[in-house]
Design a binder for this molecule. Structure first.
Ligand SMILES: [Zn+2]
Length: 116
């Protein structure tokens, strides 16, 4: 039997953390969608090295935001399943996900056999 309440607490904590990180990147709206940053134009000057740094920073920021958004989506899905039922069951085979896998990643959507 899966202890949903224990994992719910862990998921809530991770969700709050991810939302905080995303908002510090200035990259998420309230639904957690990533807003991809684009140059406004006024960042750029005559120095090409400076300009490519601006683009590079923005790309790094966007990549980080996408990664965080992906994790946040998994956490939200897991919390939804705790509310609606089906939490802790593999999305591929339907079996209970191993306890040690859930401890390592409470948002895991699949059992070890069907991970990644
Ligand atoms: Zn499975």
């Amino acid at each position: 039997m899966i202890d949903e309440q224990k994992y719910r607490a862990a998921l809530d904590t991770e969700k709050a953390l991810l939302e905080k990180e995303l908002s510090s990147l200035g990259a998420a709206n309230e639904d957690g969608d990533t807003i991809v940053q684009k140059p406004r134009g006024d960042e750029f000057g005559p120095d090409r090295n400076v300009n490519s740094d601006v683009i590079e920073d923005m790309n790094e920021n966007n990549a980080a935001a996408r990664e965080l958004t992906g994790r946040l989506t998994a956490v939200r899905n897991a919390l939804k399943k705790i509310g609606e039922g089906g939490y802790g069951h593999c999305e591929v085979c339907g079996k209970e996900i191993e306890e040690d896998r859930l401890r390592a990643n409470p948002a895991a959507p699949t059992c070890k056999e069907h991970m990644g």
